[in-house]
Design a protein around this ligand. Sequence first.
Ligand SMILES: Cc1ncc(COP(=O)(O)O)c(C=O)c1O
Length: 369
Amino acid sequence: MDEKLITVTAPLLPDLEEFNMMLKEIWCSKWVTNNGSFHKQLEKELAEYLKVPYVSLFTNGTLPLLTALQALRVTGEVITTPYSFVATTHSIWWNGCKPVFVDIDPATGNIDPDAIEAAITNKTTAIMPVHVYGNPCDVKRIKEIADRYGLKVIYDAAHAFGVEVNGESVLNAGDMSTLSFHATKVYNTLEGGAMVMHDAETKKRIDYLKNFGFAGETSVVAPGINSKVDEVRAAYGILNLRQVDAAIEARHQVAIKYREALRPVEGITFMDDMPGVKHNYSYFPIFVDAEKYGMTRDELYEKMRSHNVLGRRYFYPLISTFSTYRGLPSAAQENLPNANKMADSVICLPMHHELSEPNINKVLSLIMK
Ligand SMILES: Cc1ncc(COP(=O)(O)O)c(C=O)c1O
């Protein structure tokens, strides 16, 4: 990789010697996958770290979304946000359901509860919100709406690793929450993911579903899929869990520096910490008001690129504009004014645990002109 390239993120990597020692254990045991001892250990340690009752590991953050919809037997229409990564909507589509897009709250980027209520029809069976950038959704209002209309709630919590509201994990909201442990995330297992659930019975069912539906050597109880995590990635995950707090704190320090420098810049806005929330600083989105700033979002994005600073326009284009979805009535631009505005103005700045002071200053100097 080009030494001078400043990337939007960098993977949190375990110490290679410690990893090697764990690899030796795997080699000796010859138990390399199918619920091995590191797999069991990581599920237990993650549940403790995340303050949730049960965790089931998955091979990425997309399969738990697909599996959650299967497990809850969701059919018909699912209300969701267009301001996310495509996997959110794809999981609804792959389950043969119809995604119904509703607008977002511009303060957080998350689905707007009022818009959810307005979109409910007699075909609606579930809501799939996303805690975008790790900002917690209004889980209380969403629960009230879901309870009133008898809807399931599956949170795509891919960005919300370790996020808490008033000391409680945001992953405990809804029927189930899903996480991504992709290399670009705050906590990663190279590729990986997980589902969080409330009770042992559901965990057992999900564990069957991610193992082809096997409930025993000769018994298949459901049309399952393969999303089993191997021992190598489980070991990597155990080591990364030990250093994730330090990585989040390093990201926090980057956010403090960005905010301090960018607050006075006319035409650039960003999100501050929310009261009572323990954030994970997974992303640092800025929003460009072209008129006030004197340059469009794309001009600034290209200027950064030309200086080897690789911001990313998460989440542009909106999912609702992709060819599979743009014909849906709910994908109409008039239905999604806040989401369109955010998608057209956002740049996520480089944000990771080892972003150096000179690199932070280089990013800032490009934005401050
Ligand atoms: C909001 C969101 N949902 C789902 C996913 C899918 O996760 P994965 O890439 O681990 O399959 C991602 C990230 O990649 C994401 O950002």
